[in-house]
Design a protein around this ligand. Sequence first.
Ligand code: ITT
Length: 206
Amino acid sequence: MTQTKAVRTVPRQIWVATRNAHKVQEIAEILGAGFLLRSLLDRPDLPDVEETGSSFYENAAIKARSLWNIVREPVFADDSGLEVDALDGRPGIHSNRYSGPEHTHEKNISKLLVELRSVPPERRTARFRCTIVYIDAAGSESSFDGVFDGYICDEPRGTEGFGYDPVFVVPESGKTVAELDAATKNSISHRGRAVVALKRLLENAR
Ligand code: ITT
């Protein structure tokens, strides 16, 4: 008699060093059910780390190492931002705090649109970048990058996503990222690309 045995796979726990709930949600959807994602939202007791690096890589490494030193389990961090060509790559690594100490996504967008007021459509090209630094349980590090090209429109559209999504247009569809559903954004975004590369490493390391 042949017997079929149900194989139960236990999700692998992995930490992401962020308190940004939107990032956590996007990353959890991309990693899928095989992973149990924990984040700094589960650890309000831990202090915020200062992002003192001068690149996405350095800031991702600072965030990942700080959490790894506490949990000593597999961790990663995402550092990301928007580079606008007409602004010589700003806001870049300062994307989150672009509008100052009291920053909000809305204030960041308003500042960006004011700075680009006199810039014509053909010069409003931009890209999102994401760098992930992953550290395994033994402390060995790897990094992954993702880039998402588009341009900045002149007024916000859409309600999905977060950050600069309402003013970042995907050239192929003419839609802002805030007009895309989550699965479509994740299939083309900077974060989607970097997390898929990380996922590949984790699955091959099983
Ligand atoms: P953590 O440092 O806790 O991860 P954070 O929001 O401060 O959260 P970053 O320092 O990496 O993260 O800054 C990323 C900023 O870049 C984010 O706050 C947005 O303003 C912008 N950004 C990054 N990815 C984005 C995306 O997918 N859509 C829209 N804006 C994005």
